[in-house]
Write a protein that binds this ligand. Structure first.
Ligand SMILES: Nc1nc2c(ncn2[C@@H]2O[C@H](COP(=O)(O)OP(=O)(O)OP(=O)(O)O)[C@@H](O)[C@H]2O)c(=O)[nH]1
Ligand SMILES: [Mg+2]
Length: 542
């Protein structure tokens, strides 16, 4: 540390040396070499070194004497800064006596604890005498001791701020007691300067404040004027418009002014808009359908509509089965044995396909046909009724069945899978031919006991369906409406659709009641349909 500081201020030392060297020449005879060991106030490390001290004209050591006069405590109690060499040497050059911080009594590790204590005690008195500086504050400050012999008194100079020293100076802390009487030290200068600075800043700030105050006053005045003007104005009434229900006009504020008719822009009716409105009104009509309690109980009892697996589980169905549950809960029989109607336990066998009416097979058995739009689930229903999956081919693409397919169910019934109508992945002429074939079949086929007209629960009856109904009405073909894919609609919507269709076919004579609702996927309503259809074979007369 010591070496570091000494190197730090080596340039100052050099300058001091240079300065003292001049005077050395003139007063070389007045100096003598002193052994530090002899004096004993230096540290051990400096033992053996010597320096030149001042002597008086007789040759006695002036410094030594003066040093004696000075109390050890004063010297040792100092916490002189490391950059004091220059000052001390300058004082020495000027004829004064100085000692640097190297002269402090230190312990083996270079600490000056003991001497500091002594310095506080003794040096503090002296300092108090001169500067009124309290000894207890001594260790907070870095001080330079310069002994000037000009006035024969000792002066203390505070180091205001050593370079790189972050500690507050005495003056900065506001302690003015440490300044000397004349106020000539650096603190005094700073104080003066600071005072001046403060004054100037005060002046500028005052002017600024003055201006700012003026502006503030003016603003206040303006605001007061404004507020007065506001008070003069009549208060606006707040009108709240609650639009909680868009169709509720009770809380709407109506404009009393007559509506201005803009002739330049004619409001054209958007056809899409009207169609949409019509569709919306259709939906609204659908939602407004009043349901009878009997249909609601039927839908719930047969677990029709979209339901959670938990409901099926609670009703006793084994939901682990890959095939439709068929509404026979808690049954230990095999799947085939679960079918209550024995006719549907028979093997479903495909035996004929017809593209034209001439290729229809001979009507040996009572026939039940399944008609409807493409992709409505005709083929799936056949499989579901007989629990023989894959006999009638199915696909999610509409238009798979393109011929009239005849299936024998044992020796008692014939099930007929018809091609669909409406949208299908096929050419228009092909589709037209299918439609013509279906129409011909349902109107002319002997042995046809019933047509199951399948309607998608989601979409309801469409124009083509109504067309076929009219055709069957004219030909007096018995038909029964079967709602399919009920598992894709909510139970309430299933009930609504059933009610809606029943209402629309009220006047139709060939339409048979009741309307059936099924789901080939879950098996809901299949058992009921089986029961209805098995009666055909029972009472059919050939
Ligand atoms: N979710 C559900 N899907 C069904 C139901 N019935 C049939 N499907 C599906 O609907 C699609 C069409 O079924 P199909 O039996 O081929 O219909 P289709 O009426 O025979 O059709 P075309 O032969 O083209 O006239 C298939 O993907 C079936 O899985 C049902 O009840 N519920
Ligand atoms: Mg099909």
């Amino acid at each position: 540390m010591h070496q570091e500081t000494s190197s730090k201020y080596s340039h100052l030392k050099k300058r001091a040396k240079f300065a003292s060297g001049k005077s050395d020449n003139s007063s070389r005879e007045n100096t003598k070499t002193l052994d530090f060991k002899e004096k004993g106030f230096r540290g051990d490390d400096r033992r053996g070194q010597s320096r030149r001290v001042k002597t008086d004209s007789v040759g006695s050591n002036v410094e030594d004497e003066r040093y004696k006069r000075r109390s050890d405590s004063e010297r040792n109690g100092s916490m002189k800064s490391k950059n004091d060499d220059y000052r001390s040497k300058r004082v020495e050059r000027d004829g004064g006596f100085s000692f640097d911080d190297k002269s402090r009594n230190t312990d083996s590790r270079g600490r000056g604890l003991k001497s500091n204590y002594r310095g506080r005690k003794e040096g503090g008195v002296e300092r108090n005498e001169t500067n009124g500086f309290a000894g207890r504050d001594f260790d907070r400050k870095k001080r330079v001791y310069t002994n000037k012999f000009t006035n024969g008194e000792t002066k203390f100079h505070d180091i205001v701020k050593a370079p790189g020293n972050k500690r507050e100076s005495q003056e900065e802390r506001g302690d003015t007691r440490k300044n000397d009487e004349h106020g000539e030290n650096r603190n005094g200068f700073l104080r003066k300067n600071r005072g001046a600075k403060y004054e100037t800043s005060k002046q500028t700030s005052f002017t600024e404040d003055h201006e700012y105050g003026k502006k503030k006053l003016q603003n206040k005045k303006n605001m007061a004027d404004d507020s007065m003007a506001m008070f003069d104005r009549p208060k606006r009434k707040r009108r709240l418009i609650r639009i909680e229900y868009p169709n509720d006009t009770a809380n709407k504020r109506f404009d009393n002014t007559p509506p201005t008719i803009d002739n330049t822009t004619e409001q054209k009716e958007d056809p899409e808009d009207t169609e949409e409105n019509a569709e919306m009104s259709k939906n609204a009509q659908f939602r407004a359908i009043q349901l009878s309690p009997s249909i609601i109980t039927f839908v719930n009892e047969n677990l029709l509509g979209r339901r959670r697996e938990l409901e099926f589980k609670k009703a006793g169905y084994n939901i682990e089965l890959p095939s439709p549950l068929d509404n026979i809960p808690f049954s230990t029989n095999t799947e085939r044995e679960r079918i209550e109607e024995s006719v549907f336990r028979n093997k479903l066998a495909f035996f004929a396909a017809a593209k034209v009416s001439s290729s229809f097979p001979s009507p040996d058995l009572p026939e039940i046909a399944f008609a409807g739009r493409s992709n409505v689930g005709k083929s799936s229903l056949l499989n579901s009724l007989t629990r023989q999956w894959g006999v009638a081919r199915t696909s999610d693409k509409p238009g798979l069945t393109q011929t009239i397919n005849f299936f024998n169910l044992g020796s008692k019934l014939c099930l007929v899978d018809l091609p669909g109508y409406g949208f299908a992945y096929a050419k228009e002429e092909v589709k037209e031919s299918w439609e013509e074939l279906v129409k011909e079949y349902v109107t002319t086929r002997e042995g046809l006991k019933r047509v199951c007209l399948l309607i998608d629960t989601k979409w309801g009856m469409k124009a083509r369906d109504h067309e076929l109904v009219e055709l069957m009405e004219r030909s007096k073909t018995k038909y029964q409406i079967v709602l399919t894919k009920t598992d894709l609609a909510f139970p309430v919507d299933v009930a609504r659709r059933a009610t809606q269709i029943e209402e629309s076919l009220k006047t139709k004579k060939s339409a048979l009641q009741p309307l059936m609702m099924v789901s080939s996927k879950t098996g809901a309503g299949i058992r009921s349909l089986r029961t209805v259809l098995s009666n055909i074979s029972r009472f059919a007369r050939f």
